[in-house]
Design a protein around this ligand. Structure first.
Ligand SMILES: CC(C)(COP(=O)(O)OP(=O)(O)OC[C@H]1O[C@@H](n2cnc3c(N)ncnc32)[C@H](O)[C@@H]1OP(=O)(O)O)[C@@H](O)C(=O)NCCC(=O)NCCS
Length: 156
């Protein structure tokens, strides 16, 4: 697990595409994250292939929060604690040393993600509070599921 660099943008895009459940953002957005937000993003690499990715940032008006945007693990590496370990690794970084809450949004139908984040809260011996974040009506096309906010913490 390490910080991403621009060289990883393509591999991250391919990994996110392969999940088929995550919103696939532009290749440019993954280059931006790798270049300007690498301190708060994580890639996991095995034999030169990107098999795990977490994107996150500190919301400018809430510096005590680490907001996690996307978490992806290659299908061949699932259920081996990689998702959990990338999130825990992020929280050990210097840039997160003053983070009091980890926030993430999830679709209710995504049972794996939902369980992962609740288990993270359990393992950190802290709370996980749910709130509405982005209801379906805010998305174009009326097809996107509601995004529920999970707020994990306090972390420190
Ligand atoms: C969600 C995802 C990131 C989990 O990654 P992972 O590396 O397989 O998860 P981990 O092995 O770290 O799992 C940790 C815990 O999460 C829960 N969990 C993870 N996957 C699960 C699944 N498919 N079903 C039920 N629980 C699951 C379990 O409690 C697990 O602990 P356990 O194995 O000790 O029971 C992965 O399935 C994925 O990339 N999915 C597609 C993209 C996605 O949905 N991302 C999240 C969007 S918000």
């Amino acid at each position: 697990m390490r910080f991403p660099s621009e060289e990883d943008g393509r591999g991250i895009w391919e990994l996110v595409k392969s999940t088929r459940v995550l919103d696939l953002n532009s290749a440019y957005s993954y280059l931006l994250l790798s270049k300007y937000f690498s301190d708060t993003c994580v890639v996991a690499e095995v034999e030169g292939k990107i098999v795990g990715f977490v994107s996150a940032f500190h919301p400018p008006k809430q510096p005590e929060v680490i907001f996690v945007w996307q978490v992806a693990v290659d299908e061949a590496f699932r259920r081996r604690r990689l998702g959990m370990n990338m999130l825990k690794h992020l929280l050990t970084r210097e840039v997160c040393s003053t983070s009091r809450y980890l926030e993430i949004t999830v679709n209710l139908s995504n049972k794996a993600a939902y369980k992962l984040y609740h288990q993270l809260a359990d393992e950190l011996k802290t709370s996980c509070v749910e709130n509405e974040c982005f209801p379906s009506r805010l998305f174009p096309g009326g097809q996107h599921e509601e995004e529920i906010m999970l707020r994990i913490g306090p972390l420190i």
